[in-house]
Design a protein around this ligand. Sequence first.
Ligand code: 9YT
Length: 131
Amino acid sequence: MIVRTLAETLGTERDVEAPNWRSRRLLLAGDGMGFSLHDTVLHAGTETEMCYLHHVEAVYCIGGEGEIQVLPDGPVWPIAPGTMYALDGHEKHVLRAKTELRMVCVFNPPVTGNEVHGPDGAYPPADASGS
Ligand code: 9YT
């Protein structure tokens, strides 16, 4: 059994920062669960374009207000606490944080550590990043 607190991840290699967000990775590939689990904060006023070519991701909002759009011209859905979206088709998308957003994110396959988005908006495939 694994028991880990958010406080224990802060300032460690599980606490990954990018210009628009900070991702606290409570479970990583090395934990052997088959998915990774992140508590992610997206900074107010940011727009983040992403396209997870090598992963599926579910995202559950637990704080803040924003919106998500499938690119280039898909529908826009509001994001608020209690809303979940699942990227089951490697969709290119943009997440707009009107206020600070706090999201619980699950990745399959799990991220292995300190992934940040490449120029394609993706994280590298799991075996390219060391798992
Ligand atoms: C919601 C989202 O995709 N934010 C970008 C960061 C990513 N989810 C992560 O690694 O926690």
